[in-house]
Design a protein. Structure first.
Length: 277
């Protein structure tokens, strides 16, 4: 009878520094300052790795657990781009181990109390676009390092309690501060308290009514719905146009588009040559 002492162990490190370890062995393993526990309900498919720069193809699957990976944390994005390492280790001597995968967690799908996370290898970054795109609209995201707008400044965000929720994505407020109509359209909403704390979404429509009534419609309902009384923060929207950058945010100096770029129709139109006498 043939026996083996090889087990698999993997650690997952979130961007906030939280690190947890898993193993398919029936006992806990410890090395590199991490305890790899067998009771956290995570398994990984066999790795499919190729030579060259092709992306590794694998998945991690598991049950949602209150003390490890919770549904709320997954939906709030706390596990997005978490660093993952996977070893083959001799469980009789953890010093005898081999690192077989290193990468990040990619797309996460959830269903029936379980999750499935894509594992992305280090070569995945080579698929990201490089360089700048020449376009009339801004290429920055509002508030990022190139935009430099302080989205927490007065007039650019507001914190309110949810007073009404319809279809999971239409929020109603009363006695809303006097922001201009459509001020938050294409902006961001973040849930600050309650069961949906940490979740965020994008605002599709922002409608102002007389008397301070405001209706905010999201593009899609969050996975965990906020309830009446939960605190949310709304951040002003940006359509990335030069006029918006100049008039709404007074930030044209940092505009990252090319507003004077000729249109495609002009570029494709036949050009009339100029004769020299």
């Amino acid at each position: 009878m043939t026996t083996t002492t090889i087990a698999r162990a993997w650690s997952v490190r979130r961007v906030d520094g939280l690190t947890i370890g898993f193993t398919d062995h029936d006992r806990a393993l410890s090395f590199e300052g991490v305890t790899f526990r067998p009771d956290r309900g995570l398994t990984a498919k066999a790795l499919v790795q190729a030579t060259g720069l092709s992306v590794d193809n694998s998945e991690a699957t598991g049950a949602l657990s209150d003390d490890a990976i919770t549904e709320r944390d997954l939906m709030a994005g706390r596990w997005d781009d978490a660093q993952l390492r996977m070893w083959e280790v001799d469980w009789t001597d953890a010093a005898r181990r081999r690192l077989v995968f290193r990468g990040t967690l990619g797309e996460v799908a959830r269903a029936n109390g379980a999750f499935r996370a894509e594992l992305r290898g280090l070569s995945e970054q080579l698929n990201a676009p490089q360089g700048r795109v020449y376009h009339r609209r801004c290429s920055s995201r509002l508030g990022d390092a190139t935009c430099k707008v302080d989205v927490t400044a007065p007039g650019l965000s507001v914190q309110r309690q949810v007073e009404g929720l319809d279809e999971g994505r239409i929020l109603t407020f009363t006695n809303f501060p006097p922001f201009a109509a459509n001020w938050f359209e294409q902006g961001r909403i973040e849930v600050l308290s309650g069961g949906a704390e940490g979740l965020h979404g994008m605002i599709k429509n922002d409608t102002a009514f007389p008397g301070g009534r405001r209706v905010i419609e999201l593009w899609s309902a969050p996975g965990i719905l906020p309830v009446t009384g939960d605190q949310v923060r709304l951040t002003a929207g940006c359509d990335k146009a030069a006029a918006t950058c100049r008039l709404k945010f007074a930030n044209f100096l940092n505009f990252r588009g090319f507003p004077h770029l000729p249109s495609e129709d002009w570029l494709m139109a036949p050009q009339v040559g100029v004769r020299n006498g």
